[in-house]
Design a protein around this ligand. Structure first.
Ligand SMILES: [Zn+2]
Length: 291
């Protein structure tokens, strides 16, 4: 009897060792770009661990979680029936989470969305115009960034009309940030989101990865300051992001079509808190060695 239970214990032990040693199968060409020290998987989640960061990639979705925020990749993360993970090509962008670079940013262009003849979205009860909220938040952000030693340029610093085509490429700079407020027919839609350029052109890769580095810190900082988890970092082929010759992000503060979020967005105090958090996120992102 003792021998029998011992042999059962040995078999269970061997099974446990086999499970823990099971190697995660993954298409390596993408993973080679990401400096991870350990890879594991459990229940449809792929865990990438690095020296200073980690990320969870969710099977059959575009979702990645890292550092308390989510990143929505432009393509799905797949796992075959044979258990092989197929990471999309753009998963290579995630490198910046594990190995952020000093971006050498001195001059930042701030682009308050809309303006003049173009009011942008209009808030649901107070009828506040997006162009005014964008301008105020942008000016507050500029002040906060100047305090941190950056040179600031604005695509507009008053209520003037600026054509979409003359925003992104207007100035030579090291970083471009477009400020917006969101709107949706769905009144319950809520939360901030930050966009990076979606592009098929390999020549844009460096610009996009640097943008992602900034977008993640911005999203993280706003979440910490406002307590709002947010909708995450996303990718889109917005004109201003395409036109900018430097790393560029577009920040959607919150939904002015959601009554609760409208209250926050029209509050001067909230915009000041938001501006400070964005400035903090940007400063942290561009000089990771100083973190
Ligand atoms: Zn807008």
């Amino acid at each position: 009897m003792i021998f029998r239970s011992l042999s059962i214990a040995a078999v269970i032990m061997l099974m446990l060792i086999a499970v823990s040693c099971k190697k995660v199968k993954i298409n390596h060409d993408v993973l080679e770009k990401i400096p991870v020290t350990e890879v594991s998987e459990k229940d449809g989640q792929l865990f990438l661990h690095g020296k200073t960061a980690s990320a969870i990639l969710f099977q059959n979705s575009s979702r990645v979680e890292s550092g308390g925020i989510q990143i929505i990749l432009p393509e799905e993360i797949l796992r075959s029936n044979e258990g092989v993970w197929h990471l999309p090509r753009r998963a290579g962008y995630l490198n910046v989470l594990f190995e952020p670079h000093d971006l050498g940013v001195k001059t930042i262009v701030i682009d308050p969305g809309h303006g003049g003849k173009d009011p942008g979205a209009v808030s649901v009860t107070q009828k506040a115009r997006e162009k005014d909220l964008n301008l105020d938040l942008a000016l507050k952000l500029g002040t906060e960034l100047q305090k941190r030693g950056f040179n600031i340029l604005y695509t507009r610093d008053d209520d003037s009309t600026v054509a979409l085509g003359s925003r992104g490429g207007k100035f030579e700079a090291d970083l471009f940030i477009s400020i917006h407020h969101n709107a949706s027919k769905n009144v319950s839609a809520s939360g901030a989101e930050t966009y990076c350029l979606l592009s098929d052109d390999a020549a844009d890769n460096r610009k996009i990865t640097a943008s992602l580095q900034v977008a993640c810190e911005v999203q993280k900082a706003q979440s910490q300051a406002t307590g709002n988890y947010g909708r995450g970092v996303k990718f889109a082929s917005f004109r201003v992001l395409k036109d900018a010759k430097c790393p560029a992000i577009l920040f959607e503060t919150g939904f002015v079509t959601n009554p609760d979020e409208e209250k926050r967005c029209v509050s001067n105090t909230f915009r000041q808190i938001m501006a400070e958090s964005l400035a903090q996120g940007i400063a942290r992102a561009v000089s990771p060695s100083a973190r």
